[in-house]
Every structure is written in structure tokens, then in C-alpha cells.
Design a protein around this ligand. Structure first.
Ligand code: SAH
Length: 262
């Protein structure tokens, strides 16, 4: 006899971007999927406000990776996702920012494919977009940079290697994710390849959140200024971009809270 499961329409596992933190930067598609979910498996960067959108009775599971701290092994996360999905539950895998950037999405997709489970990807606002908005700057500009690099500060081998020579060119703009600890390493590589010591470096901590902070410095002062600032939240680092000067005089928009949205 065919099992009940076989008759139940299979809901694709949703691999969803939660945006940079603020609830009002969630897409409507993400919101609908979270509200309908039976199981929400989220990483560390997803804010409590967003998790509170899950219906009462939904199973909300933290399965995060922390830069250098405690982590859930990727295989265990994969098993959680496929295990719940195979029971017929509507599963949302919720990741900070956009799941297609630095989110180990391919490992999870491979596990879903191996289990024969359908999935969909829901894009989110990535940290670089939110951080650029915070400093009032465009990530590309005619005559300055016609391209943008999105880089990670560290990979599985340690500090990540990049095309330092290209990055050291004047006018080059790069958005560095997970780069707080890599400051001195990246500074050294860029200086070695001739980057100007006064190249602007800007960090945006907790971009698009109520506790957003901006640290504007230069390549020469970056590691010391960073150590002095004591940033402990997630931070996006821009190479080659300074906050727009007039920005300081513009009143900052405060992200909406869940209550204000309702
Ligand atoms: N998929 C995410 C990135 C995950 S990697 C995205 O698209 O944004 C995690 C890194 O993202 C953090 O170390 C930090 O560099 C950056 N990040 C995530 N959220 C951030 C935020 N609200 N403000 C600043 N940086 C953030």
C-alpha cells in the first residue's frame, strides 16, 4: 500500500535569505515561507525578530557556524534539513544575508539532491548592499570602478588568498566578508603589492540593524583602529570606499521593528 507520504504534495525545501538583520529587509517571499514553515533551521546571524515570525508550534532550530567559535558540523546541518524534509514537514533553511554568498549553499543542495528532495532558493539582501547603503556609497561608479569583488577574509585553509596585485590598484573596490581577523594579513599583502597607505578602508558593523556602527579608516591604520574600536558584531569591510562625507549630516533611518511593521 502506498504510504500517506507519497500522496502528500512535496513542498520544496526553501533555502532562504534573511537579509542583513532588520526585519524590514526581509523579502515578502521569505516572510511567507517563514510564516508557513513547520521547521525553521537558522544560522547564527538571523535575528530573533525574524525567528519570531515563525508560527507558534513551529520547530525553530539553531544550526550555526561561528567564525572561530562553536559550530554545528555541516554534515549534521545537512542531516537536520533532509531528515525533517523527508517527514513531509515544510522546511525553511534560513541564512543571514543572501544564501548564495558565503553560505555553504552547495553542500546543502548536494545533500538535498542526494536525498531526492526538491528545493528553492530565495535571495536576500547581502551584507555588502546593506553596508554600502549605510555609508551612502554606490558600490560601482563610472570612472572609478566598473567592477566589484566580493571576498572572504578566511577560508577553510586559514586567511584566504586573493589577487592582491589587482586589489592594490587605485580605485579598486572590494567588499570583504568575515575579515575582522584578517585585517593585518590583508593590509600586509596589499602594501606589499604597492597599495597606497591612505587607501580608504571602511567597516560597517551590524549593517541595517539598530546597533549599526561605522568605522572609517585607511589601509595604514586599519588593524590598529579596528583593535581600538572593539567591534564584536558581524562586520563588512570595504577596501577603497570611504563613507560619503555629507552622510554624517543626514539623519539616519532607524530600521522598523516588528510591531511597527504589523
Ligand atoms: N550570506 C551572508 C554572508 C555570510 S558570511 C550575506 O549575504 O550577507 C558572514 C559574514 O557576513 C560576516 O562575518 C560579516 O562579514 C557579514 N555580515 C553578515 N551580516 C552582516 C551585517 N548585518 N552587517 C555587517 N556584516 C554582516
Amino acid at each position: 500500500m502506498p504510504s500517506q507520504l507519497a500522496h502528500r504534495p512535496v513542498t520544496p525545501v526553501a533555502l532562504v535569505g534573511a537579509g542583513p538583520g532588520g526585519i524590514d529587509l526581509l523579502t515578502i517571499r521569505a516572510l511567507r515561507l517563514i510564516e508557513a514553515a513547520d521547521v525553521v533551521i537558522h544560522d547564527r546571524l538571523v535575528s530573533g525578530d525574524i525567528l519570531a515570525l515563525a508560527r507558534a508550534g513551529a520547530h525553530v532550530i539553531a544550526a550555526g557556524k561561528q567564525g572561530f567559535g562553536p559550530t554545528t558540523p555541516q554534515e549534521a546541518i545537512n542531516a537536520l534539513i533532509t531528515g525533517h524534509a523527508l517527514t513531509g514537514a515544510r522546511v525553511v533553511r534560513l541564512k543571514g544575508g543572501d544564501p548564495v554568498l558565503f553560505g555553504r549553499l552547495d553542500e546543502e543542495i548536494a545533500a538535498l539532491e542526494a536525498a531526492g528532495l526538491p528545493y528553492e532558493i530565495v535571495p536576500g539582501v547581502t551584507a555588502a548592499s546593506a553596508a554600502a547603503a549605510a555609508i551612502g556609497q554606490s558600490l560601482t561608479q563610472r570612472g572609478r570602478n566598473s567592477g566589484l569583488r566580493l571576498l572572504t577574509g578566511h577560508d577553510m585553509q586559514g586567511f584566504a588568498d586573493h589577487d592582491w596585485r589587482a586589489l592594490a590598484h587605485p580605485g579598486e573596490v572590494a567588499a570583504l566578508y568575515m575579515a575582522k581577523r584578517a585585517a593585518r594579513f590583508v593590509q600586509g599583502r596589499l602594501m606589499m603589492h604597492g597599495a597606497a597607505p591612505d587607501t580608504p578602508v571602511t567597516l560597517v558593523e551590524n549593517a541595517a540593524r539598530a546597533d549599526e556602527r561605522i568605522l572609517a579608516t585607511t589601509l595604514a591604520d586599519w588593524p590598529t583602529d579596528l583593535a581600538d574600536a572593539g567591534l564584536d558584531g558581524p562586520a563588512l569591510t570595504f577596501l577603497g570606499l570611504a563613507p560619503r562625507e555629507a552622510r554624517a549630516r543626514i539623519p539616519q533611518t532607524t530600521p522598523l521593528t516588528r510591531q511597527e511593521l504589523a
